[in-house]
Design a protein. Structure first.
Length: 482
């Protein structure tokens, strides 16, 4: 939340927190109170005509931030009903006077009025404007943050008195979508601040509200290119790539289901671990246990690597997959530990789960930039159709990657084999051949160049005619960068 607000809320600020019922306004406001309140500067939570305090507290007991010892000592609940009912001749003035008096005398960190929208039931528009003007004017001269919470509609945000007087407006939404609804937060206004714009995903869990800032608003530091190479660990591949990709490169592995993309990613990861460098594997399909077992089948011990904290495996189920949640997980890992290699498996699953087609290219550009800024190498897999045509997930994204390696099935007479082609290496020499590739007991192995292959650029399937006669790779060309 503080990252979205660029540090937090200014002392003396008046902030409206708006949203439909059930969006999380009350939980967020109370979580802030329990986090900020101290014995010297308590937080005061005023309720108007909402649920009783006993019920309010009972709902908080499930959250980790709730501390019953803080009640009264650091967080005080006060019901304003006596100042509102029955209707008074002097309107809202007694309530305003009470809040101002307590604020000036006790200097609380935060004062919350929940719900400020209900004040409209006890005053006309003119009386409400006068009362709120006095309240906000007096509060702004103190170090107290005033939070006005209400179930305001988007239309009311454009005309309500509260919003013209407020220094900040925070909108909370709950978007219905399958398979999991999505909550989002937007800072619509923050006077004198440089908040991060756009919708930011948030979730409500046992720890309370957790905000996942929109990655496009996080501008990574520029890093200089590295001349160090990052070997793949796959026999025969680096020779096709002029010695291998460079450290800090973003590499895309494309291919249909079952062709060996995950095995490729695991070997590339374990090669980094063997060099005693920390690595991160992000998976949306295989759990950590499944990946560990899969790697063990090829002789790669991820259990020992995890015990030594040389690898972190982040499994995000498809039902929980959210672009901002994933970006926050990667950003947190890179911030906490120097990480040499990051694998994301796979891009097509990420795009499918996101359901934000217009945003996705900008998101991926930011994600690649985030990993690069940390000095890490990135390897992303993406599924293509069985006949090799790129899936929609790759539309307009290939330019983001320094290297593109294409794994394909190939018809060898009546048999089906596998092939590999280095389709792109930015500003580097690489072979333009099509080579055989096999899955052995030790992972992928790149074989010889395949001759008499047709359909590489135009047909739906690759074919060789006659008996398969691989030839040795030609001597390295002296030509310049591809």
């Amino acid at each position: 939340m503080d990252l979205v607000l660029n540090g937090g809320l200014e002392p003396g600020a008046v902030v409206v927190m708006a949203g439909a019922p059930g969006t999380g306004k009350t939980i967020l406001a109370q979580q802030m109170c329990f986090a900020i309140g101290t014995a010297e500067h308590r937080c005061v939570y005023y309720t108007t005509v909402s649920e009783p305090h006993t019920k309010l507290v009972r709902h908080l007991e499930q959250f980790a931030f709730f501390d019953p010892r803080a009640l009264g000592a650091r967080v005080e609940y006060i019901h304003l009903g006596d100042f509102l009912q029955p209707a008074r001749r002097d309107g809202l003035q007694p309530m305003i006077s009470e809040i101002v008096r307590k604020t000036l005398e006790e200097e609380p960190s935060v004062v919350v009025v929940d719900s400020s929208k209900m004040l409209r039931d006890f005053a006309d528009e003119r009386e409400l404007r006068v009362a709120l003007y006095e309240l906000t004017a007096r509060i702004s001269q103190t170090g107290t943050v005033l939070l006005l919470i209400g179930e305001y509609t988007p239309e009311e945000l454009e005309s309500g008195t509260e919003f013209s007087l407020a220094d900040g407006i925070i909108q909370l939404e709950n978007e219905a979508r399958e398979p999991v609804d999505r909550r989002s937060l937007r800072v619509a206004k923050m006077r004198g601040g440089s908040h991060r714009p756009g919708k930011h995903t948030f979730r409500i869990g046992s720890d309370g509200v957790e905000v996942f800032p929109r990655i496009e608003t996080l501008i990574p530091h520029v890093v200089s290119a590295s001349a160090e190479q990052a070997p793949s660990g796959i026999p025969g591949l680096d020779e096709l790539m002029g010695g291998g990709a460079k450290q800090g490169d973003a590499t895309l592995i494309t291919g249909p289901s079952g062709v060996g993309k995950t095995i490729f990613g695991l070997r590339w990861l374990t090669q980094g671990i063997e060099q005693r460098k920390r690595c991160l594997y992000v998976t949306f399909q295989d759990t950590a246990d499944q990946l560990i077992r899969g790697a063990a089948a090829f002789g790669w011990d991820l259990t020992a690597a995890r015990a030594a904290e040389n690898v972190s495996i982040s499994y995000v189920p498809m039902g929980d997959l959210d672009l901002d949640v994933l970006a926050t997980a990667v950003r947190s890992e890179l911030s906490a530990h120097p990480t040499s290699r990051v694998v994301v498996d796979s891009l097509s699953e990420l795009a499918f789960a996101a359901r934000e087609a217009e945003r996705f290219p900008a998101y991926m550009r930011s994600l690649v930039g985030l990993v690069r800024a940390a000095g890490s190498s990135l390897l992303v897999t993406s599924e293509t159709s069985a006949h090799g045509l790129p899936a929609n997930a790759l539309d307009g994204l290939l330019f983001l990657f320094d290297n593109v390696i294409d794994l394909r099935y190939i018809e060898e007479g009546s048999r089906i084999g596998r092939s590999v082609h280095v389709a792109k290496m930015r500003s580097s020499w690489h072979e333009m051949t099509l080579n055989s590739v096999s899955i052995t007991n030790h992972g992928l192995v790149v074989g010889d160049e395949l001759e008499s292959v047709t359909g590489r650029l135009g047909w739906s399937a690759l074919r060789t005619y006659g008996p398969l006669e691989p030839v040795r790779p030609a001597a390295k060309s002296s030509a310049g960068p591809s």
